[in-house]
Design a protein around this ligand. Structure first.
Ligand code: NAD
Ligand code: MG
Length: 390
């Protein structure tokens, strides 16, 4: 039986992962599950999968989790430290599906243990790409991408030589506002930004899809994971979300990955890699679909895409600043403190203010330097928001 753990088990990716694992109860021995505020879901899944431990990120809810697990063999724990400890428990395969920079540490710990890390938490690669990749190289573990675009590129590169790759194209649906006028986007509410036309995902990534901050994170994720020049990475708007990515080779061939917008494909590919196994996802009928559409993204509407390339040109800890400032700006938008288009302004200003800072220049990257940069960027972004609201 394969030992598996799922961090961020109560979220959208976590629940899709559990859906696949629960279909083969005899194949998996579940070690740890982590969640946040949804204690009932966490306890229910931990019980039915027979997990060794269930951890909530919220320390104040430990008693509630204990009560929900009473009479079972599942141990209860709480807090960021407990999540890291759970990640240190030996496992063969670990899903990293916590949202935000909080997902970095458990993923690193799991990699250090030699686990295969199925990485949905793109923020890990954005904030600490060099550190994550070095840790994977030094350990017996490996990273498998779970973002749909990166899984698609990864699959397109099987048996290929990176030196023959000319470009990597990741697609973007355009999110909730793809057909909105810029003036309307400026007035958009968090509720309007929280509904995605094609994918069913957590609220934060759904809003990030509407602003294309999600795609910006993915451009950085692509560079860090595939170790390619950032100039090679292109974004293509594709409203149907069926072609997830394309790899362009030096002989002119474009290899496209086509599939339904269902994250269980990318999760299942990472779960069974290097094998392909039957997965419970819809089969596309291209004749019925008839046409697929593509267009270039309008950088006027999506400044986040320009910022991503600037961040990659700067290198070092710029990704940690970008992600942390984006998380603060997103909180500001969700909390109705800033408007939708202001998010990119806040991030750009935070990057600008920290461009000369020591921590950004620091060449050596450790978990401490990343956390220090993350904190500084959050503080700076909060200051920017305060000043803008004056
Ligand atoms: P979600 O909001 O549905 O779930 C997030 C999970 O993280 C929950 O289990 C929550 O309890 C936990 N969590 C939140 N804050 C935490 C904290 N501070 N400490 C510990 N745990 C915390 O999010 P999601 O949509 O499942 O996305 C998860 C990750 O996967 C994100 O990094 C996202 O960018 C990435 N991703 C998601 C999708 C998707 O289809 N949902 C696709 C590609 C990549
Ligand atoms: Mg994606």
């Amino acid at each position: 039986m394969r030992k598996v753990s799922v961090f961020g088990a109560t979220g959208s990716i976590g629940q899709n992962t559990i859906d696949l694992i629960a279909r083969e109860p005899d194949a998996y021995d579940v070690v740890a599950l982590s969640g946040g505020q949804n204690i009932a879901q966490l306890a229910k899944d931990a019980r039915r999968l027979g997990a060794d431990v269930a951890v909530t990120a919220d320390e104040s809810r430990l008693e509630e989790l204990r009560a929900a697990l009473a009479g079972s063999d599942v141990a209860a724990a709480a807090g960021a430290e407990a999540i890291a400890e759970a990640a240190a428990r030996p496992a063969d395969w670990v899903m990293s599906a916590i949202v935000g920079a909080a997902g970095l540490r458990p993923g690193l710990v799991a990699l250090e243990q030699g686990a295969t890390l199925a990485l949905a938490n793109k923020e890990s690669l954005v904030t600490a790409g060099a550190l994550i990749m070095q840790t994977a190289a030094k350990s017996d573990g490996q990273i498998l991408p779970v973002d749909s675009e990166h899984s698609a590129v990864f699959q397109g590169l099987v048996g290929e030589d990176m030196s023959a790759v000319e470009r990597i194209i990741i697609t973007a649906s355009g999110g909730a506002f793809r057909d909105w006028a810029l003036e309307d986007m400026a007035k958009a509410t968090p509720e309007q930004a929280s509904s995605h036309p094609n994918w069913n995902m957590g609220q934060r990534i759904t809003i990030d899809s509407a602003s294309m901050f999600n795609k910006a994170l993915e451009v950085i994720e692509t560079k860090e994971f595939f170790q390619c020049p950032h100039e090679m990475i292109e974004v293509l708007v594709h409203p149907e979300s069926m072609v997830h990515a394309l790899v362009g080779f030096n002989d002119g061939a474009l290899m496209a990955h086509v599939g339904p917008p269902d994250m269980r494909h990318a999760i299942g590919y990472a779960l069974h890699y290097p094998e392909r196994r039957k997965l419970p996802v819809a089969r596309l009928d291209l004749a019925k679909i008839g046409a697929l559409h593509f267009r270039d993204p309008d950088l006027q509407r999506y400044p986040a895409l320009r910022l991503a390339h600037e961040v990659l040109a700067t290198g070092g800890h710029a990704g940690a600043v970008f992600n942390a400032a984006k998380e603060v700006a997103l909180d500001g938008f969700i909390g109705h403190r800033i408007g939708f288009l202001q998010m990119a302004e806040v991030v750009e200003e935070a990057l600008e203010r920290l461009s000369g800072s020591q921590c950004l220049k620091n060449a050596e990257m450790t978990l401490d330097t990343v956390i220090e940069t993350d904190h500084l960027a959050r503080k700076t972004a909060l200051e920017v928001i305060k000043e803008q609201n004056r």
